[in-house]
Write a protein that binds this ligand. Structure first.
Ligand code: NAP
Length: 308
């Protein structure tokens, strides 16, 4: 493939930044990749992993002459990055991000962007519970959705270019309003993480069940929550604080529905319980049919005596 961009700058080189670096290199999407990160340790690790061609802890320095700048830092750090890079951006550059919340990132970054650059916020719906430059891998975005949230007046050519970048990584691209994105993600991602953090916290606080029992018997359901609850605390603190309204709205709905289930259990209303559990099973089937998960039992975990 001929390079789509002469220079791509990656600001932040954790799970998402390093996965982008692997794919940009693998697919030859840029002639040069510049890596910038806050700390000298992470920068050194990125260099050891050969994630880019040039490395710096100065974001301002990194964006000079870049055609595409991708900001992959916790959403709460978006404004400070925008302020730092604003005056060094080249005219015509596309600036995007990968943050898990969109209205807040736009509010933090857009006011600092000079008129001569194209700022288009985005969010790849792909990830794992791991973080840091060692966590990234090629193909993370393959077959996953990427949501772009252009603004009124966003240049259509720049939007098309950014779209084709994500498509080159194997992603399918959707466009939507930032507020709508934040609502959708509150239910499909933010609430599940909060439930997982909460249930693992509750188990940890229980006095009648020992910690060793929680761990020993975790295969009965608990361990599936622990994957989400092992996600990066900084990233998820920022998501909670920066998508506050949508998360609070979904939490209120969730609590109401939980109360309904609680009541059905108290009053022995088996039909209500059965109806809900049947409905939810169908959702799982739809996710598999949509290619967003594989149909392997127990999430494909190997079982010792299973036939290959
Ligand atoms: P990560 O692995 O923890 O890496 C974070 C990167 O941001 C590191 O390079 C880190 O630099 C830098 N950073 C941290 N705090 C910073 C600050 N205050 N100012 C400037 N730089 C800072 O994170 P990630 O999982 O790649 O997530 C990056 C973004 O992608 C987040 O906005 C997240 O919401 C979004 N996202 C994550 C996932 C996921 O599954 N993880 C999926 C989709 C989108 P140092 O190490 O040098 O300090």
């Amino acid at each position: 493939m001929t390079a789509q961009f002469n220079r791509i700058t990656l600001i932040g080189i954790g799970l998402i930044g390093s996965s982008l670096a692997h794919d940009i290199k693998r697919l030859g999407l840029a002639n040069e990749v510049v890596v910038a990160t806050r700390s000298a340790e992470t920068l050194k690790r990125a260099e050891e992993l050969e994630l880019g061609d040039r490395y710096t802890t100065s974001s301002a320095e990194a964006v000079k002459d870049a055609d595409l700048v991708i900001v992959s830092v916790p959403v709460g750090a978006s404004e400070s990055v925008a302020k730092e890079i604003a005056s060094s951006l080249k005219p015509g550059a596309i600036v995007t991000d990968v943050g898990s919340t969109k209205a807040s990132v736009i509010a933090q970054m857009q006011p600092h962007m000079p008129d001569h650059v194209h700022f288009i916020a985005g969010h790849p719906i792909a990830g794992t519970e791991k973080s840091g430059p060692d966590a990234g891998f090629p193909g993370l975005f393959q077959g996953r959705w990427c949501i772009l949230t252009p603004l009124e007046g966003t240049d259509p050519t720049a939007l098309k270019t950014l779209r084709s970048f994500w498509e080159a990584l194997g992603s399918r691209v959707d466009e939507m309003d930032a507020q709508h994105h934040d609502k959708v993600l509150a239910i499909v991602s933010h609430l599940p993480h909060l439930i997982a953090y909460n249930i693992v916290g509750t188990a940890d606080d229980l006095e009648t069940v020992t910690e060793s029992e929680v761990i020993k018997y975790s295969a009965s359901g608990f361990r599936d929550f622990t994957r989400l609850a092992a996600s990066d605390p900084t990233m998820w603190r920022d998501v909670c604080l920066h998508n506050r309204d949508a998360i609070l709205e979904m939490l209120a709905r969730f609590s109401e529905d939980l109360a309904y289930l609680q009541r059905a259990i108290r009053w022995g209303e088996g039909d209500k319980i059965f109806e809900l559990f049947t409905r939810t099973r169908a959702i799982r089937r739809s996710i598999v049919q949509a290619g967003q998960d594989v149909d392997a039992p127990d999430f494909g975990r190997p079982h010792p005596l299973e036939k290959k």
